[in-house]
Design a protein around this ligand. Structure first.
Ligand SMILES: [Zn+2]
Length: 280
């Protein structure tokens, strides 16, 4: 893909801080991180304290030409801003832009401290997408999903969780989590994840109409390869040699591909009700 825009102003660069974590005050509500990209074990979280203080070395809104990766993510983010602003307008709602925070090794969020091991995630508590760019190497080398559009899909998926947060879907989930069995909640979690994949597809559909956006040949395949590579069934099989559907939190490879494609083909937000779909 190509992006000719100036880049989003909502990228925070928290890299190069040496992974220093400062513990903050006790205000705020503990919100479990639900916006993971993959169904990884949450033992990567090093704490669940509600933290309020910020690292001091965060740089915001600077996009040096010599940092192509940063330029890339800020371009993708800007394209999601434009697509979702338009979508929210059509719904008669106001879109609130999320922040994308780059980090290395570990980071503190309103959802607790997290290490890179859990992969990219979205924290509903501070409206931020968190990504350690080394994940892109993992995506390519471990999961065989290379290409810029596979990388863009990761961001679009996380922004999809932000959309769910704005539309109240995440809050409903969080309430349900307290009353449901683990198996029932996992099933709900799969639907939330698949909807984020649908929103990523919907972004790709509408991004094509933006004046600064170009889709290259093979881009769609890159995203589909990524969606296929990170289905829970495949990840579990790789990790343990067996597949346990009750423990799925993100959906199978086939489901992830199905919903991304559905978003891409229809571009219609009303088609994204993964919660009441016969296809699950
Ligand atoms: Zn997710």
């Amino acid at each position: 893909m190509q992006w000719f825009g100036k880049g989003s102003n909502n990228v925070e660069d928290g890299r190069g801080g040496g992974g220093k974590i400062a513990l903050g005050g006790g205000l705020g509500i503990i919100i479990v991180i639900i916006g993971l990209f993959m169904g990884k074990d949450l033992t990567g979280l090093v704490g669940q304290l509600p933290l309020t203080s910020e690292q001091t070395n965060v740089k915001k809104g600077s996009f040096p030409e010599d940092d192509p990766q940063k330029k890339f993510v800020s371009g993708v983010l800007e394209s999601t801003e434009q697509v979702w602003e338009q979508q929210f307008n059509e719904l008669g709602l106001q879109y609130e832009q999320p922040t994308l925070r780059l980090f290395e090794y570990q980071v503190q969020s309103a959802c607790g401290n997290a290490s890179s091991a859990i992969g990219p995630f979205y924290c509903p508590g501070d409206h931020k997408v968190y990504i350690d760019l080394s994940f892109y190497d993992e995506l390519k080398n471990r999961f065989g999903a290379a290409g810029d559009f596979a990388q863009a899909y990761v961001i679009a998926h996380e922004v999809g969780h932000h959309v769910q947060n704005l539309l109240g879907t995440s809050e409903k989930m969080e309430r349900a989590r307290r009353t449901m069995s683990k198996v029932a909640y996992n099933r709900l979690s799969v639907m939330l994840e698949l909807q984020a994949d649908f929103y990523a597809g919907l972004w790709a559909h509408h991004a094509q109409n933006l004046k600064d956006f170009r889709l290259d040949a093979g881009d769609l395949e890159e995203a589909l390869t990524a969606a296929n590579a990170i289905g829970d069934d495949r990840l579990q099989k790789q990790a343990t040699g067996e597949v346990v559907p009750d423990s799925f939190t993100h959906g199978t490879s086939a489901q992830r591909v199905f919903w991304f494609k559905k978003g891409f083909e229809t571009g219609d937000i009303k088609q994204g009700d993964t919660f009441n779909s016969a296809s699950l």
